[in-house]
Design a protein around this ligand. Structure first.
Ligand SMILES: C[S@@+](CC[C@H](N)C(=O)[O-])C[C@H]1O[C@@H](n2cnc3c(N)ncnc32)[C@H](O)[C@@H]1O
Length: 225
């Protein structure tokens, strides 16, 4: 039987080398500890904001340079899109943002230290409208439990969707969950003029005349998840 070698090469000291051709802003989770050490990921101590389902990285590319005091990580279950996001960030020279390929539920459970996130962003998560696909929806009670564990006291949750019934479902989860307080919600009435100021799906919804709904919640300081 032929033995296969390691998937990635390593330095004499044992530290894995990045795969050739991968953007420096792409975070390979394989060699990283669980949970992640944010100071090591970003090379400094700073509030960390997570975007779940970052797609091609438009939000990160817009927000990270505007808020250099924070660090941003976008995760995407699609490797292709996580790489697109990382390339966008690299092109832009974003020093405080990274993209990684990960499934949100596993990532929150295994890779995020309890209470270590300053904010979470989830924009235009797939609604999976058919009843038989409902289990695939990101927004479930279990996700809120995971978010409640991962978010620090007072952390902000930012959500947008263009699907009215999914918005109601998301709202009801945040209203019912004891670890969160709903701060504001409603229909977004103004849109940026610059297309790149919007996420890919926000831009599409706006272009097609769709409605966009937003919600802001906060992780309560004293609540138990
Ligand atoms: C409709 S797209 C929205 C992309 C981007 N946020 C935007 O506004 O343009 C939803 C994205 O979430 C990703 N996604 C869905 N479920 C996920 C999960 N459980 N973990 C990580 N990413 C997920 C999908 O791969 C997809 O790229």
């Amino acid at each position: 039987m032929t033995r296969r070698g390691p998937r990635s090469s390593s330095t004499p000291g044992g530290a894995p080398l990045p795969e050739a051709g991968l953007p420096t802003t792409w975070l390979d989770l394989a060699p990283q500890p669980a949970p992640l050490v944010w100071r090591e990921v970003f090379g400094r101590a700073a509030p960390v904001e997570l975007e779940i389902g970052c797609g091609n990285g438009r939000f990160l590319a817009r927000e990270a340079p505007r808020r250099p005091e924070a660090c941003f990580l976008g995760i995407e279950q699609s490797r292709k899109y996580s790489l697109m996001a990382a390339r966008r960030l690299e092109k832009q020279g974003a020093a405080n943002a990274r993209a990684a390929c990960a499934v949100a539920e596993e990532f929150l459970a295994e890779r995020v230290a309890r209470g270590s996130l300053a904010a979470v962003h989830i924009y235009f998560s797939d609604p999976w409208p058919k009843r038989r696909h409902a289990r695939r929806r990101l927004f479930q009670w279990t996700l809120l439990n995971l978010l409640a564990d991962a978010a620090g006291p007072g952390a902000a949750l930012h959500v947008k969707t263009d699907v009215d019934w999914y918005f109601e479902l998301i709202m009801s989860l945040f209203i019912e969950h004891p670890a969160f307080e709903l701060l504001s919600f409603g229909e977004q009435l103004e849109f940026p003029e610059e297309d790149l100021e919007m996420t890919g799906f926000e831009s599409k919804a706006h272009r097609l005349g769709g409605r966009v709904f937003f919600l802001e919640a906060r992780r309560l300081r004293d609540a138990r998840a």
